[in-house]
Design a binder for this molecule. Structure first.
Ligand SMILES: [Zn+2]
Length: 342
């Protein structure tokens, strides 16, 4: 197969489905993202490999276990019989459908069973989790909201105090770093157990550089941030903005998020809400890119995640990471989440 210097991505969904329905092309594409400098053996790193056309596998010339490998080895696509010609358009769909997409739609578009589509989407969303370790700085808004149940679209202010009427609802903490001159604003979302002080403070301490200007509303849980941050409060009982002191960026994000949930998803179960949040945060943070750009970026992230994921489930030996008690194998994913979801 010929080498490609640059990654050429299709530009529309229809193109993506058609483009990747050709297995060789799907493989070429995966190869160009995964091994831009030539195919290398995932076990020993050697580039002395031969391609076995019929089996669609490579074989390392060095003598060791697992000499043969596929383009899916060590990625989140591994250990599923689903071909790249289905996986790649599925990534496209999840990444680029603005308000989210149901597994029924994915199933129809890709020509797979709904259960299969559901499984693929969950795995793709898992892989889209924000892997950035760069903390936020400059001007950061912090806010929290509740999702689920009948109060799905209610703002916290209308529901009474913290801890009241939150049964069946999931508390979500959001951080938004405002535009710096050279970058667009970005969000980070976390499902939190509740909105008590230590939970909210911990998220901020983990994600935001000390000394940063942090804007919040008057929720008491935020008090005490002054020690480590330049904490500025906007009391929504008085007004919504005082100069640059406001949380309107996050307020706007929440309304977009909730519109998406209401418009597309039958239900958002607390247990997998975080995946949906990751998907929405990714789409927001990459909004300036075009569909093809987002697709390539997500896919690169997915492949990187896959490599760590393989280590977590013990396929690549130990590298000091703790063994996760819940490996995301096909079986555990399906039984953990159950069937029949949207
Ligand atoms: Zn090797």
């Amino acid at each position: 197969m010929k080498k490609k210097a640059e990654v050429e991505a299709p530009e529309t969904l229809l193109e993506a489905v058609r483009y990747f329905s050709d297995k060789e092309r799907a493989l070429d594409f995966m190869k160009s993202i995964r091994w831009p400098h030539g195919v290398a053996c995932p076990t020993c790193g050697s580039k002395e490999v031969i391609f076995l056309e019929n089996a669609q596998l490579w074989k390392c010339k060095a003598k060791h276990a697992r000499q043969k490998f596929s383009a899916k080895v060590g990625t989140v696509f591994e250990d599923s019989p689903i071909g790249l010609e289905k996986w790649l358009p599925a990534v496209w769909l999840v990444v680029n459908c603005k308000n989210g997409i149901s597994s029924y739609e994915v199933a129809r578009d890709l020509g797979v069973m709904q259960k299969t589509a559901w499984f693929m989407m969950h795995r793709i969303r898992l892989a889209m989790q924000d892997g950035s370790i760069e903390q936020m700085s400059g001007r950061v808004e912090a806010d929290e909201t509740f999702i689920g149940g009948k109060a799905r679209n209610m703002h916290k202010g209308k529901r009474g105090g913290v801890g009241k009427g939150t049964v069946g609802k999931v508390a979500v903490m959001g951080l938004l770093e405002r535009n710096a001159p050279d970058k667009t604003s970005r969000v980070r979302l976390r499902v939190v157990k509740n909105v008590r002080r230590h939970n909210l403070h911990r998220e901020i301490q983990q994600e935001v550089v000390k000394g940063t200007e942090v804007f919040t509303d008057a929720l008491r849980s935020y008090s005490g941030l002054e020690g480590e941050y330049v904490h500025k409060v906007i009391d929504h009982a008085e007004c919504y903005a005082k100069g640059h002191v406001h949380t309107n960026g996050l307020e706007n994000f929440w309304s977009l998020l909730k519109r998406g949930i209401k418009g597309t998803y039958v239900s958002v179960e607390p247990f997998h809400l975080f995946r949906y949040l990751d998907e929405q945060a990714f789409r927001f943070n990459e909004r300036k890119d075009n569909d093809a750009g987002r697709f390539v970026k997500a896919l690169s992230g997915i492949i990187g995640k896959g490599l760590r994921y393989a280590k977590l489930i013990g396929k690549e030996g130990s590298d000091g990471l703790p063994q996760t008690p819940t490996p995301w194998t096909t079986r555990s994913l399906l039984s953990d989440f159950g069937f029949g979801m949207d």
